[in-house]
Design a protein around this ligand. Structure first.
Ligand code: C5P
Length: 233
């Protein structure tokens, strides 16, 4: 049984743009319809904390998607820095290991930011995993790293839509699942391979869906976001 209430699934818009102007324009266009935005490596590498500041000044919540992967002390300090610039949610690589995960989780609790983990990059298949010395199949490795993350005090994971039921089962109803690879019915898949519609992802027990191009590249971003929100409601 899945205790997750689909109406509680929230939309995060991936702000994958190059300029602060483009970000501000999109945030203004989406207005009150969208509360959460993801700032990733593309925008953050160019504009840094200004990108987060822009969103906080507009009253938004921010997922800072920088996937930290380093020694425990460095990752813990990076998590504190993410909280200090105003991010509400951030992430680390679960493959950084238990000491790093515990340090990240503790830093998150102390600085008031939600910390999630990336398990296996969705670009990696069995052969890619084998090449870096992992002999489990991708699904087994995902579950292994999700359970490890949970046991180390991490709040949730970023995962593909198809992994949601497995991780829900292994990690329980309170584990936060953040899911990209979402495409509304009838829209193109871009470079995403394993996709679900917003409604399917919500029904599967997703807490947050991350949507980029179906909104950011739409002729009318607000109409596109509204249609996705209607599917979640
Ligand atoms: O444009 P699109 O909806 O595909 O954007 C999805 C966002 O989620 C992008 O920022 C992408 O980098 C991110 N993401 C992903 N797949 C993952 C992890 C993150 O698409 N496995």
């Amino acid at each position: 049984m899945n205790p997750h209430d689909p109406a509680k699934t929230r939309l995060i818009v991936a702000l994958d743009v190059d300029t602060l102007d483009a970000a501000a324009h999109l945030v203004e266009r989406l207005g009150a319809a969208v509360e959460w935005y993801k700032v990733g490596k593309q925008l953050f590498t160019r504009h840094g904390p200004a990108a987060v500041r822009l969103l906080k000044e507009a009253g938004k919540r921010v997922f800072l998607d920088l996937k930290f992967h380093d020694i425990p002390n460095t990752v813990a300090q990076a998590v504190r820095s993410a909280a200090a610039i105003g991010a509400d949610l951030t992430n680390v690589h679960a493959s950084g290991g238990p000491s790093m995960l515990r340090a990240a989780a503790q830093a998150g609790r102390e600085s008031g930011i939600l910390v999630t983990a990336v398990t296996v990059l969705t670009s990696m298949d069995q052969a890619e995993l084998a090449a870096v010395g992992v002999d489990l199949d991708p699904a087994q490795q995902v579950v292994r790293l999700a359970v490890l993350s949970r046991d180390c005090g991490i709040s949730g994971v970023v995962c593909s839509p198809l992994e949601v039921p497995l991780i829900r089962l292994a990690c329980g109803p309170d584990f936060v699942l953040v899911v990209p690879g979402i495409r509304p019915a009838g829209s193109g898949s871009d470079d995403q391979k394993r996709i679900m519609t917003p409604g399917q992802a919500a029904a599967a027990g997703t807490d947050f869906i991350v949507v980029g191009r179906p909104i950011t590249a739409a002729p009318d971003a607000l109409a596109a976001a509204s249609a996705i929100l209607a599917e979640l409601a």
